[in-house]
Every structure is written in structure tokens, then in C-alpha cells.
Design a protein around this ligand. Structure first.
Ligand code: NAI
Ligand code: GCB
Length: 297
């Protein structure tokens, strides 16, 4: 497929794009900064500017596409990852403005240009736990896509707005728009550098509901979304199968979630950030675990 990928130069994109290339896709990266990776085309775009977005999504990706003389090829999908990816990078209102406007612009252009699929990055923060003022516990565990989304912070609020836009643009157009409520993204080298501290101090993972998502498995999730058509508008939690701490599910529940209703049986080190919807509807099957790297734990 010919894919326009926004924000591909960032933490997640630089792993997801090579994964998509391995599946045979061609990627044009739309970002404020280029991604230096063989086979990836780059276009420097400020996605908060609608004119630039419409133009980029109706653009040639490279000089080679001029050769056949058959005009500009269409994109088969947009994968929209660009964002200010948390609070406390820029002031709260700027985070909200950048993320809502850029996502609106991307979805509107995709719909009006007839691009049949948009996959966009939402976030675990929509559940209101990650960047809350003080400790907020889940209403129930495991946290699945039916859990209320009432966050405190501007970043998560922007993602809630993105989801509302996705639902509305899908209703208006009937294209497929899939939102990914991504848990905390982990690059391969971060297992060795960061996870020993999580083993020692599991409190560090409380805000992530003790979950994580391997950046390469996030690539697989995007591929699952690209190859599954006709779902309309859907949101999916995206996480690995196991907890990001060395405690068992039972121990985490006892230590951190006293009084929180447990709505189904959980066992072993099963994640509390439920990824069953993605598995059942898309065939998502994460391959990686921090336990493959820190084998002594
Ligand atoms: N990193 C994480 O743990 C999580 C990330 N997400 C979401 O996943 C997506 C990717 O996250 P990361 O790769 O970690 O973020 P990142 O900050 O590493 O990369 C974001 C990219 O977006 C680009 N960008 C920002 N504003 C732009 C604009 N106006 N126009 C064009 N490009 C722009 C940046 O230049 C950057 O390359 C984001 O939407 C983020 O909110 C969701 C959950 C967890
Ligand atoms: O660092 C974190 O915990 C969080 O950072 C982010 O940027 C994400 O958007 C959020 O979902 C993460 O999990």
C-alpha cells in the first residue's frame, strides 16, 4: 500500500515505519523533521496548517512517481501519529491546539480527498489515570474500551476530541477510521535501560496501569488495522500481553487496586490494560516482552 504516515520521525514512528516497510508498504513521512531511513520519503509539513495537509495528502512522494506520467497516485491510507505526545512539553493550551487541529486537518483532508482509511494515535491517557492530579484508580479492571474517558489534562482531552472527530468524520464519509489507545511505548533498548527500575519500584508503572506496548508490536497493530477493512469507526487498546512489572496480576491488584471491581478472572502476569478487542477483531498478536531481555527476573 501507499501510505502517508504523520509524525514518523518520532519515538513510535521510527519503529512502526520499518515494520510497515517490511510488510511491503511504501511510506511518505509527513513531519516537521525528516526520518533518515532508506526507502522512506519525507515531506516537511506543519499539520496544524490545513492547506499544507491537503496539499501533502495529494502530493507525489518522490521523483520516481513522476516517471510513468500517469498523474499523482492516491494514498491507500493515512497513519496519523504526529502530536505533542504528552503534557509539559509546551503549555497546555498549545498541546490541545496542536493535537486537535492537526488531527481535524488530517481526517478532513483524508475524507475529502477520498483516502479510504485513517488510523490515528489516541492514548491510554484518555482513561484519566496517567496524567491525573493525584492518584486516580480505574473504575474497574481490566481497563477495556468501555471504561469511562474523563481525563484531567489537556493532552488527554485533545485525544478525546480526536476520537470525537474520528467518529464524526467516519459517520459522514463511511471510510474506515480506527483509533489506537496506545499504552506507554517502549523501544527495544529501553528494556535494558528502564525496566530494572520498574522491577525494583513497581510504583513507577502505576500511571500506565502497569502495562506497556513494544514499539515493534505497535507496528504489527498498525499492519493489522491496514489489513482489516470495513469496521467503520473503532477504538482499540494497544498493549502487550504481560504486565510491565515483576509482580503477578494478583499481587498488583492487592497492592494497588484495593476496592476496585474486578470484572473478570485474570491470572499470571496478564495485562490489566485489556487488549482482547484488538486480538479478536484484528488478529493482533504481540510478539515481544521485556521478559525476553531481562531473563534473570
Ligand atoms: N510515546 C508514548 O508512550 C505514547 C504515544 N502516543 C501517541 O502516539 C503518537 C506518537 O508518539 P511518539 O512517537 O512517542 O511522539 P514523538 O513526540 O516522539 O513524535 C511525534 C512526532 O510528531 C511530529 N509533530 C509534532 N507536531 C507536528 C506538526 N504540527 N506537524 C507535523 N509533525 C508534527 C514531531 O516532529 C515528532 O516527530 C502520538 O500521537 C502520541 O500522542 C500514545 C500513547 C503513548
Ligand atoms: O510516559 C508516559 O507514561 C506517557 O507518555 C506519553 O507520552 C503517552 O502519551 C502516554 O500514553 C504515555 O504512557
Amino acid at each position: 500500500m501507499r501510505i502517508a504516515f504523520t509524525g514518523g520521525s518520532g519515538k513510535a514512528g521510527r519503529h512502526v515505519i520499518p515494520y510497515l516497510q517490511e510488510q511491503g508498504h511504501h511510506v511518505l513521512n509527513l513531519d516537521l523533521q525528516p526520518l533518515d531511513l532508506p526507502g522512506v520519503d519525507n515531506l516537511i509539513v506543519d499539520l496544524t496548517d490545513s492547506g499544507q495537509v491537503f496539499n501533502a495528502l495529494s502530493s507525489y512522494a518522490n521523483f520516481g512517481e513522476l516517471e510513468p506520467g500517469t498523474g499523482m497516485p492516491k494514498f491507500d491510507a493515512v497513519v496519523h501519529f504526529a502530536a505533542l505526545a504528552r503534557i509539559l512539553i509546551k503549555p497546555d493550551n498549545e498541546t490541545f491546539r496542536t493535537n486537535t487541529l492537526s488531527t481535524y486537518n488530517v481526517m478532513e483532508a483524508a475524507v475529502k480527498l477520498g483516502i479510504p482509511k485513517v488510523i490515528f494515535a489516541s492514548s491510554e491517557t484518555t482513561y484519566g489515570i496517567c496524567f491525573a492530579d493525584g492518584e486516580v484508580k480505574p473504575d474497574f479492571i481490566p481497563v477495556d474500551e468501555t471504561h469511562p474517558t474523563v481525563p484531567h489534562d489537556s493532552y488527554a482531552m485533545s485525544k478525546i476530541c480526536n476520537e470525537a472527530c474520528g467518529r464524526s468524520f467516519q459517520a459522514r464519509s463511511n471510510i474506515d477510521i480506527y483509533g489506537l489507545r496506545i499504552n506507554n511505548v517502549i523501544e527495544p533498548q529501553e528494556y535494558a535501560s528502564d525496566f530494572p527500575a520498574y522491577v525494583t519500584n513497581p510504583d513507577l508503572r502505576r500511571r500506565n496501569i502497569f502495562a506497556y506496548i513494544d514499539a515493534r508490536d505497535l507496528g504489527q497493530m498498525v499492519q493489522c488495522c491496514l489489513t482489516t477493512d470495513g469496521l467503520g469507526y473503532e477504538v482499540f487498546n494497544v498493549s502487550n500481553d504481560d504486565l510491565s512489572v515483576a509482580l503477578s496480576n494478583d499481587e498488583v491488584r492487592k497492592r494497588y487496586y484495593d476496592g476496585v471491581p474486578v470484572v473478570r478472572d485474570m491470572s499470571g502476569n496478564e495485562t490489566m490494560y485489556c487488549n482482547r478487542k484488538a486480538k479478536e477483531m484484528l488478529g493482533f498478536a504481540p510478539q515481544h516482552s521485556w521478559r525476553d531481555v531481562l531473563t534473570e527476573v
